[in-house]
Design a protein around this ligand. Sequence first.
Ligand SMILES: CC(C)(COP(=O)(O)OP(=O)(O)OC[C@H]1O[C@@H](n2cnc3c(N)ncnc32)[C@H](O)[C@@H]1OP(=O)(O)O)[C@@H](O)C(=O)NCCC(=O)NCCS
Length: 198
Amino acid sequence: MSTATGPTATGHVPEYPIGTERLILRPLTAADAAPMHVYKSDPDAVRYVPYAPLELADVEQRIATTWSNTRFAKEGDAVSLAVEERATGALLGDVVLFWRGENDRSGEVGYILDPRAGGRGYATEAVEALLALGFEGLGLHRIVARIDERNTASAGVVERLGFRREARLVESSWFKGEWTTLLVYALLEDEWRERGAS
Ligand SMILES: CC(C)(COP(=O)(O)OP(=O)(O)OC[C@H]1O[C@@H](n2cnc3c(N)ncnc32)[C@H](O)[C@@H]1OP(=O)(O)O)[C@@H](O)C(=O)NCCC(=O)NCCS
């Protein structure tokens, strides 16, 4: 059973920081620019995300503008959060939750790790916290991830979290100079709650 009270998601102001077993998710600060630049400037790390390798000034500018939003006030808002290692305070990566539709109560997740932080389940743990934010906090009904089919590491993250692969959209996107086949993964609020209960 869905526990949301109405047909629409009506906005949410998250409480920060958001803690998980090994991580802290919190709003980005100007101090994140240098460690973030390390992976946002790495061509391999940004291969499947919607920007080219970024200069430090680009990262600083985005932290000060697009990535500074911390609340879901209206449909279309996105909240980007730093993923910090609880034990060391190191910046491991960042995640984003997009509020796509108010009427449909729909959202989308995005995530990137510093490659040096890969292979330890940190992305999965961070996105799991985003799901709680989306379903519990914002009252979403459905959260999707859209993934280049070559990006098997990214598909692994959402598959570990119980997302269903719903579609393979052949050459549906002209992305970074080539036709790209996208996989659409989705998770419903009820499916997420059932996983939590089992
Ligand atoms: C997508 C991305 C975040 C995935 O990173 P990742 O390290 O594979 O993901 P996780 O941090 O969840 O770690 C999972 C790996 O750690 C292993 N692992 C170790 N301890 C673990 C734990 N406690 N819990 C879960 N997995 C664990 C898993 O087995 C898995 O390894 P495998 O892929 O060899 O099976 C990373 O590849 C990345 O930043 N890519 C560039 C940006 C990008 O493409 N983003 C997605 C755009 S759609």
